[in-house]
Write a protein that binds this ligand. Structure first.
Ligand SMILES: [Zn+2]
Ligand SMILES: [Zn+2]
Length: 255
């Protein structure tokens, strides 16, 4: 059994590739992927995403404003209202991305701090996106007491020291299809060194399809390829990676 801990179900191709969200969920189930978390990136897009996933008991949602979407509409009371919906299990994605948008760094930090405060207040875990902003990410998590709500560093691409600092705050580390890419040599070493007890797996669909699907649009069923790659790196059975990461998912998001 496998869980896709991070996908954007509202962004998949429903024209050519899938016959509605039920088709995506059925393809996942056929691959033994039994639970999905569909992650919000703006307040504007959240109601539609929630409406899409609500009929399916095995699909959860998060709400938040992505660091690359900080120019979208934002109101704390709206976020608070969305976050209080019973199917919403996390706040995010939020965080910092200085790689793609260094020019919005100040606003990114403000939005990140606001979302950390809300997550702590509501005691919902955080889904963190971070790129080229290690120090500021850790500072904001520490200053905001994020260890009280916990969370996950999603689509992890940082170094081992950053993973260890995040784990010290009680955070999980989520591995995406990037680990299967040939050039991701450092990430492979980091994944080898991290305990299975702290790992989640994700697709980040529709982005980052793992090998051997690279170049196609990603979908939750493909999370099994990420699990298989981790099993191979760690020299442990695939079912153990599936079981452990599913258990971690439940401990973090369905507590
Ligand atoms: Zn992200
Ligand atoms: Zn994402």
């Amino acid at each position: 059994m496998f869980v896709d801990s991070h996908c954007h179900l509202d962004k998949l191709d429903y024209q050519e590739l899938h016959n509605g969200i039920q088709d995506v969920i059925a393809k996942a189930k056929a691959a033994n992927v039994t639970e999905l978390l569909s992650v919000g990136v703006t307040l504007d897009s959240f109601p539609n995403m929630l409406e899409m996933i609500e009929p399916y008991d095995n699909v959860y949602a998060s709400c938040g404003v992505h660091p690359l979407d900080v120019d979208s509409d934002f109101a704390l009371d709206t976020l608070n209202e969305y976050a209080s919906h019973p199917r919403v299990v996390a706040i995010g994605e939020t965080g910092l991305d200085y790689h793609y948008q260094p020019e919005t760094a100040e606003l990114q930090r403000l939005r990140f701090e606001q979302q950390v405060d809300l997550a702590v207040k509501l005691n919902k875990p955080l889904i963190i996106h971070t790129r080229n902003a290690r120090e500021d990410t850790l500072d904001i998590l520490r200053n905001g007491q994020a260890q009280r709500c916990g969370g996950v560093i999603h689509c992890f691409t940082e170094d081992l020291a950053f993973a260890e600092a995040a784990m010290e705050l009680g955070f999980y580390i989520s591995i995406s299809g990037i680990v299967t890419f040939r050039q991701a040599t450092e990430l492979k070493q980091v994944v080898k060194a991290l305990p299975l007890e702290r790992l989640l797996i994700e697709t980040d669909s529709p982005y980052l399809a793992p090998v051997p699907h690279r170049g196609k649009q990603n979908q939750p069923a493909y999370v099994v390829e990420v699990a298989a790659y981790i099993a191979q790196l760690k020299g442990c059975p695939l079912h153990e990676v599936g079981q452990k990461t599913s258990e971690n998912f439940r401990n973090l998001f369905l507590r």
